[in-house]
Design a protein around this ligand. Structure first.
Ligand code: ADP
Ligand code: MG
Length: 383
């Protein structure tokens, strides 16, 4: 992990000002962008995911108490909780993500120490790049360092997911936490959410991944996400399967007409998107540009018409991305409903691509987007 002296100074100064002594432990965990596989994780399908260089840092120092006291530099606020309390407070707060991790680790019988900490993230919050998982996985890594035990990264990911599901109350799949804990520098991961196996996928040289942030905020805990999950479960149940992953395209084609129309659309998207994950992994490795363009276009088309997770800013961004020089393919990212999107771009054209998308999107929407390339970063660990 390359040190970033300016960021380190910023955090160290804030820490000293607030807590009167320097931090003793530094941990980080990355955000992620899904390259293919929208909403496939909770259907136990496959996802092609990229841990990104944008990450969350926590600088910490044990405080010899049962309190965890944190300051978020992103929000400019302090928050605290007691390790003796396992219930979620009545008023939701950002520190619930960390409190939930503490509860999940304690349920595993792991001893935890209280600490003072400063949090700083370069993952944009609530934009679909998973700042929540980055916060959870960085926090779990602090507890691990201070508690003098280690757990396997896959278990860490599952416990962080449990924190978000049960404590925070967001019914997310395993994708975000798995990517943040299991990331490897330099390659994407093809994750199988049924057995939590993964393999590294190299992206052919000359192809860059570029984030295009619509700057329209989305709420993952919102009703739409939960509704999609219920529709998928309903579809799987009506097809006699435990989850949509178990339904083959041929079996689905044969019985699609038995399903209520909206459930059928959701199921078709997931079943097709799962297959596209493997196809895109191959196309990215071999560098087959036409296949990348075709697969990403089909994914976005399904997101619009079948899964219906596209918001108007996403349509404007898609038009801007597809019209820009050097584009190979583009699609939605995260849960949809706004936030970030992702493009594959010829590496030599990144600057021209970014300038053209910026101009096109700002003219169309009146909102200034943020556009930047990302590369694959290592998973959660000490800095
Ligand atoms: P995403 O994970 O896509 O960024 P979520 O809605 O799942 O969006 O999580 C965002 C929430 O996570 C924020 O509203 C905040 O509560 C919490 N969070 C993440 N990173 C930080 C941070 N650095 N400081 C404070 N809160 C954070
Ligand atoms: Mg999240």
């Amino acid at each position: 992990m390359k040190p970033d002296p300016q960021r380190r100074d910023l955090i160290a100064t804030a820490f000293l000002t607030r807590f009167g002594a320097p931090p003793t432990v530094w941990c980080r965990a990355p955000g992620r962008v899904d390259l293919m596989g929208s909403h496939t994780d909770y259907n136990l399908g496959a996802v092609l995911t990229l841990p990104i260089g944008r990450d969350t840092w926590i600088a910490a120092r044990p405080n010899h108490s049962n309190e965890v006291k944190l300051h978020s530099l992103n929000l400019g606020t302090d928050a605290a909780f007691s390790l003796d309390v396992s219930e979620k407070p009545a008023v939701p707060a950002w520190i619930d993500y960390v409190h939930g991790v503490a509860v999940a680790l304690q349920e595993e019988g792991l001893p935890l120490a209280g600490f003072d900490g400063v949090v700083h993230s370069s993952v944009p919050l609530s934009s679909g790049l998973s700042s929540s998982a980055a916060l959870e996985c960085a926090a779990a890594t602090v507890f691990e360092a201070l508690g003098d035990w280690t757990i396997a990264p896959v278990l860490k990911a599952r416990l962080c997911q449990r924190a978000e599901n049960r404590f925070v109350g967001v019914n997310c799949g395993i994708l975000d936490q798995f990517t943040s804990c299991m990331g490897q520098e330099g390659c994407a991961l093809l994750l199988d959410c049924r057995d939590l196996s993964s393999r590294a996928v190299a992206i052919a040289s000359g192809i860059s991944v570029v984030i295009c942030d619509t700057k329209s905020k989305r709420e993952l805990a919102g009703s739409e996400y939960g509704e999609r999950r219920v529709e998928c479960e309903t579809g799987a149940g009506l097809l006699g399967a435990s989850c949509l992953r178990e339904v083959t395209p041929a079996a689905f084609d044969a019985r699609e007409s038995e399903l209520p129309a909206s459930v059928a659309k959701r199921c078709r998207f997931i079943i097709e998107e799962h297959a596209r994950v493997y196809a895109l992994a191959t196309a990215l490795t071999t560098g087959e540009r036409p296949a990348i363009g075709r697969l990403t276009a089909a994914s976005f088309d399904g997101a619009c018409h079948l899964y219906q997770i596209a918001a108007p800013p996403m349509l404007s961004m898609m038009a801007a991305m597809l019209a820009a020089p050097g584009v190979i393919g583009a699609r939605q990212a995260g849960a949809g409903f706004g936030g970030c999107m992702v493009a594959f771009v010829e590496t030599g054209f990144i600057d021209e691509f970014a300038a053209a998308v910026w101009t096109h999107y700002s003219a169309a929407t009146g909102t200034q987007p943020e556009i930047y390339p990302v590369t694959a970063a290592a998973g959660a660990g000490l800095i």
